[in-house]
Design a protein around this ligand. Structure first.
Ligand SMILES: [Zn+2]
Length: 276
């Protein structure tokens, strides 16, 4: 099986993902979280990584406009592997367990709210390029699954998509501030769909932005800010996982602070390379 999956590389990324998704449906496979054999898409141990319990999480520093956030766990280990397998390697069968886990996170965030008021799930929109590359909108699929799960549990729930994602630059190399600015410019309103969402607001709906992973929070903050500017107040965000951001060691932080005070001083790289 591993050699078959490895051979998919010759098809190119999109073709490989399409075939991987097909193989995922028709052949026995290993666990997507830990590669354990046994013919299960997800083994019992990795399923426990999805079981939570969900908890409140918040990046530090949190960007302006970021709503309260809840996640099933840290973006690491089995949870990270499962998200990547679903999102990047065409393991479509994981939409069910991941969507159910997302429903659990939404339910945790909505605890204490009147169950008679509708929940509106707002998946972070994917760019057209991402939808093409992944053969579909992976967050919309997860939101649909979570919606069905919440309905079965008695929550009146719908999925809405009042925003669309505009093409944007790759943010991997951007610093935190640049990411925030790029995120602010990344979403546009779809007027027809926004009207329906505003109607839900009039009957007291709870609005929940859902995404796979929260890292700096800039995307969630940008979505919530864009919605707020159009009359939709997001109550909270629910994600499958949260990246645990690591602060630099105290000594490095002090040196970075000194570096900002004068350009004449040697750079951090020069200090560590002994050229100062
Ligand atoms: Zn496993």
């Amino acid at each position: 099986m591993a050699s078959v999956r490895g051979a998919l590389g010759v098809l190119g990324a999109a073709g490989g993902r399409a075939l991987a998704a097909l193989i995922d449906l028709v052949l026995p496979r290993e666990c997507a979280g830990c590669d354990a054999a046994g013919g299960l898409a997800i083994c019992d141990g990795c399923a426990r990584a999805l079981a939570g319990p969900p908890a409140a999480t918040r990046p530090t520093p949190a960007p302006e406009g970021l709503p309260p956030c809840f996640s099933a766990g840290g973006y690491e280990g089995a949870l990270r592997a499962l998200i990547l397998a679903y999102k990047e390697r065409g393991r479509r069968g994981l939409a069910a367990p991941l969507g159910d886990a997302l429903a659990g996170v939404v339910a945790a965030g909505a605890t204490g709210r009147a169950a008679s008021h509708p929940l509106v799930l707002l998946p972070v929109p994917a760019t057209a390029a991402a939808v093409r590359a992944r053969q579909g909108d992976h967050m919309l699929c997860l939101a649909d699954r979570a919606c069905r799960r919440l309905r079965r549990a008695g929550w009146p729930t719908v999925v809405a998509a009042p925003l669309c994602a505009l093409p944007r630059a790759d943010s991997v190399q951007m610093n935190r501030r640049a990411r925030g600015l790029a995120a602010q410019a990344a979403f546009a309103v779809r007027p027809g769909r926004l009207r329906k969402v505003l109607a839900a607001a009039e009957v007291g709906a709870t609005f929940v932005v859902v995404d796979d992973v929260v890292t700096t929070g800039s995307t969630l903050a940008a979505v919530a800010t864009r919605l707020a500017a159009n009359g939709i107040q997001v109550s909270f965000a629910a994600t499958l996982a949260a990246t645990r951001l690591r602060s630099p060691p105290a000594e490095v932080a002090v040196r970075q602070q000194n570096q900002r005070q004068t350009d004449d001083m040697p750079s951090i790289a020069q200090i560590f390379s002994g050229r100062s």
